[in-house]
Design a protein around this ligand. Structure first.
Ligand code: PEP
Ligand code: MN
Length: 257
């Protein structure tokens, strides 16, 4: 599905699908500007039920899969979402979803991983666990590949670190990229420059760094109005910044290959 010799992979879209109107605005923009696939979380996990007195947003749920389907048809772009349970997997299989995302917190949910390996043969994004070693991560890759799935994209998304200055949440492990490429040159590696930074100001420099380190592409959270995003607003870039990020990624990709 992805010919990595031709151009970098750019998977872009909001953290969460909030409404069809919101997702349409973002999808129309990113699909016009180079995105390989449109991402939007329909089933969200949340660290806390309530933050600053407000209940956290859990996503649109099943209805979101229908919205993704309509956007896929309208803009002719593959669509990605995360699933976290067996019943969500069944719904994804019954939908027109193109790419399944396994979130960082589920990287070692082995019953779920084994079900995905058995039942899902389309592309998968396997995020690295927040506190997982590269070796543990590659072990999960092997589970997923054990049933013949050749379309597994590894995604470095930042790991737990002691550094918390500038509201950094996780720390993009750029070094993981050449480490994986040196041991497994054929594996596709992406960098999530939103979760891996926690701050939108760092998305472009980290995208450049990831591509320079050998990544095949990036995942980035994009919103038409990041300040109003229901989830992960602080790390989400706006549409104009997205265009700049795409240029930075394309330039760096051309430069190093
Ligand atoms: C996401 O991509 O929106 C997400 C929740 O990612 P992660 O699993 O890396 O936290
Ligand atoms: Mn997010």
């Amino acid at each position: 599905m992805f010919d990595i010799t031709k151009r970098p992979i750019v998977i872009a879209g909001p953290c969460a699908l909030e409404s069809e109107e919101q997702a349409d605005k973002i999808c129309s923009h990113v699909s016009e500007y180079f995105a390989t696939a449109f991402r939007a979380g329909v089933y969200k996990g949340q660290n806390r039920p309530i933050v600053n007195g407000k209940p956290c947003y859990w996503g649109m749920g099943d209805e979101g899969l229908d919205v993704l389907y309509r956007l896929k048809k309208k803009y002719n772009i593959p669509v990605v979402t995360e699933i976290q349970s067996e019943d969500q997997l069944a719904k994804a299989i019954g939908s027109e979803l193109d790419i399944l995302q396994i979130g960082a917190r589920h990287m070692q949910n082995f019953p779920l991983i084994r079900s995905i390996a058995k039942k899902w043969n389309k592309p998968v994004i396997l995020k690295r666990g927040l506190g997982s070693t590269i070796d543990e991560w590659m072990g999960v890759y092997e589970h997923l590949a054990s049933n013949g799935n050749k379309n597994i994209m590894l995604c470095e998304r930042g790991i737990v670190s002691f550094e918390r200055a500038n509201d950094i949440r996780w720390r993009l492990d750029v070094l993981a990229i050449p480490q994986i490429k040196s041991d497994y040159p054929d594996r596709i590696v992406l960098a999530d420059v939103s979760h891996g930074c926690g701050r939108r100001e760092f998305a472009i420099p980290m995208a450049r760094a990831a591509i320079a380190a050998g990544a095949d592409g990036v995942i980035v959270e994009v919103h038409s109005n990041p300040e109003e995003s229901k989830t992960d607003g602080r790390q989400t870039i706006d549409l104009a910044t997205y265009e700049k990020l795409v240029c930075a990624v394309a330039q760096m990709y051309t430069f190093i290959r």
